[in-house]
Write a protein that binds this ligand. Structure first.
Ligand SMILES: Cc1cc2nc3c(=O)[nH]c(=O)nc-3n(C[C@H](O)[C@H](O)[C@H](O)COP(=O)(O)O)c2cc1C
Length: 359
């Protein structure tokens, strides 16, 4: 099947002319029975959809709804225009099984040879964004197409700039949250898998920064529910429970996981993605990280149950490429499941899941 995001084309080409393949038109077959459920008080046809990333704009989001994906996240936006990393942005990785944080993998530019049920990919975009004026207008246009049973989450983040103070970075998250809320999106998602200021690592690896951002966003978002996108934490890492505590205090739930960072080289051991040396490390996703998504979902659900956080929403993400994978996440008790890589390569994934009737 033709992926709806064409990795052989530039990000801008995809943004202007996508989605491609079957996603460009509506399915001709009748819809199988849906798996009705409820998400943050809203009805959902099926607790399944596409997470932040592959749905670049409202054209992609509305196509996803047409193809049966109910819970779709509009790609992470910023409070200012931001460029994309140089092409290519998606390549196949020779994962040979499960990928662990910091692994070294050999990349392969032949994205057409991907078997998405088995291989991994790396994506390296740098979280590009159109200007707020453009994405706000586009989100509003997309929301007009949202029918009951379908849902849009809008993902956002702040932008780290040279010489910025901690306070300015936190403020940029709050400013962007306000711009996102003003679109009327029913739920917001803040991306915490982005660089910290003044400290190593990602925001979700640091309790103080995470807390400061959530406190700053709280008054700005009003009654609009907020989810927090977090990455994978190693089992011996003590942060997740503390992090979940502050998310519980200041937001409505989590989406986990984001990609897993690994080194991707060519056959000779040289960085395969062109440009800045930071691109030696890039985010692995797809089947190769399914183990990590399932493990995090299980650990988050254990905390949620032990603390009796009934209203705390959990979206399981990572390596879902078949109806069986969806069922494995749902069996852990999560509220919903999302698939980025699996959906990109199989636009029929939501229909396959409905047909398999994994309720
Ligand atoms: C093309 C692509 C772009 C992505 N961009 C974002 C993004 O902008 N924000 C974000 O929070 N996650 C982003 N992600 C990560 C996905 O939301 C997801 O967490 C990750 O890919 C793991 O899911 P998967 O194994 O189903 O691909 C992106 C993933 C892909 C494949």
């Amino acid at each position: 099947m033709t992926p709806f995001y064409d990795s052989t084309k530039s990000y801008d080409d995809n943004y202007q002319n996508g989605p491609f393949g079957d996603f460009a038109t509506a399915p001709t077959d009748t819809f199988p029975k849906t798996i009705s459920t409820n998400f943050l008080g809203f009805p959902l046809n099926i607790p399944f959809g596409i997470p932040a990333g592959p749905l670049l704009n409202s054209k992609f989001v509305t196509s996803a709804w047409k193809w049966g994906f109910s819970l779709n996240t509009y790609k992470t936006v910023r409070g200012n225009e931001y460029p994309c990393h140089p092409f290519p942005n998606v390549i196949k990785v020779d994962a040979k099984g499960d990928v662990k944080p910091g692994d070294t993998l050999i990349g392969d530019n032949n994205v057409n040879s991907i078997d998405v049920t088995r291989d991994g990919i790396t994506n390296s975009f740098g979280v590009p964004s159109r200007s707020p004026q453009i994405w706000q207008e586009d989100v509003r246009a997309g929301l007009k197409e949202m029918k009951p049973g379908n849902f849009m989450i809008l993902s956002f983040m702040g932008t780290k700039k040279e010489g910025m103070t901690f306070e300015q970075y936190v403020e940029d998250f709050a400013r962007t949250a306000k711009l996102a809320k003003d679109t009327g999106a029913p739920v917001l998602e803040v991306n915490f898998s982005c660089p910290n200021v003044g400290k190593e690592g990602l925001i979700c690896n640091d309790i103080e920064t995470s807390r400061a951002i959530l406190e700053a966003v709280r008054p700005v978002r009003g009654n609009t529910p907020l989810l927090v996108k977090i990455g994978y934490f190693k089992k011996d890492d003590s942060i997740p429970e503390q992090l979940l505590e502050i998310i519980y205090q200041h937001a409505n739930g989590v989406a986990a996981i984001n990609t897993i960072q690994a080194k991707v080289t060519d056959k000779d051991g040289k960085q395969i993605l062109p440009g800045s040396p930071v691109r030696l490390m890039s985010g692995i996703c797809g089947a190769a990280i399914r183990w990590a998504g399932l493990e995090m979902a299980e650990r988050i659900m254990e905390v949620k149950k032990r603390k009796d956080w009934k209203d705390f929403v959990v979206i399981g993400v990572g390596g879902v490429t078949t109806p069986k994978d969806f069922k494995r996440y749902m069996n852990l008790g999560v509220n919903a499941v999302q698939s980025a890589t699996g959906a990109m390569w199989n636009p029929r994934l939501a229909l396959d899941i409905m047909r398999a009737q994994y309720a």
